[in-house]
Write a protein that binds this ligand. Structure first.
Ligand SMILES: O=CN(O)CCNC(=O)c1cccc(Cl)c1Cl
Ligand code: NI
Length: 187
């Protein structure tokens, strides 16, 4: 089972590498890794398990954060409605790729955090408001999906990890809360 001890932190060069494509279909080992990444996210969002396992909460995870430089991410974005058990997006993506994106940009009003970054980095992380992504599932089946709002932001954060990009690379150094005209702020 994945715990915080398995997650590498800033300074580890793997976080700045461009990860390698996963040949399709994924091997049993790669499929197991994807499942363990998704399980980690669910555990991290479960108050009892997170406490027990000392997990920081996460809605996404990328294989490079486990020092595995492969293009594999997991996302588990719960519904905004606490009554609704069905997550907005819960999946493992092999070789995810942004095929197209909106002209409009967006950012989370509360900024972003990262399990590989043991510090707060305040500021707006400006990303695409909407993206169309392709990816392969653990059976090697190709999917194409349009994403918007929070889930679009999370998937971009994860794909960034596959390209050696950290969320704070997007923050305006001069004025971390500067916003251009038309940028959607997601609360
Ligand atoms: O790469 C994944 N992590 O570092 C897991 C921890 N961060 C988050 O869950 C997180 C938090 C806020 C905004 C975004 Cl977009 C994300 Cl992704
Ligand atoms: Ni991260």
């Amino acid at each position: 089972m994945i715990t915080m001890d398995d997650i590498i932190r800033e300074g580890n060069p793997t976080l700045r590498e461009v990860a390698k494509e996963v040949p399709m279909p994924p091997t049993d080992e790669e499929k197991k890794l994807g499942e363990e990444m998704l399980e980690f996210l669910k555990n991290s969002q479960d108050p009892v398990k997170a406490e027990e396992l000392h997990l920081r909460g996460g809605v996404g995870l990328a294989a490079p954060q486990l020092n595995i430089s492969k293009r594999l991410i997991a996302v588990h974005v719960p519904s905004n409605d606490p009554e609704d058990e069905t997550p907005i997006l819960s999946t493992v993506m092999f070789n995810p790729k942004i095929l197209s994106h909106s002209v409009q940009d967006a950012c989370l009003g509360e900024g972003e955090g990262c399990l590989s970054v043991d510090r707060e980095v305040p500021g707006y992380v400006v990303r695409h408001a909407r993206v169309t992504v392709s990816y392969y599932d653990e059976a090697g089946v190709k999917h194409k999906r349009r994403l918007k709002n929070y889930e679009a932001i999370v998937v971009q954060h994860e794909i960034d990890h596959l390209n050696g990009v950290m969320f704070y690379d997007h923050i305006n150094e001069e004025n971390p809360f500067a916003l251009k005209e038309g940028v959607l702020v997601i609360e």
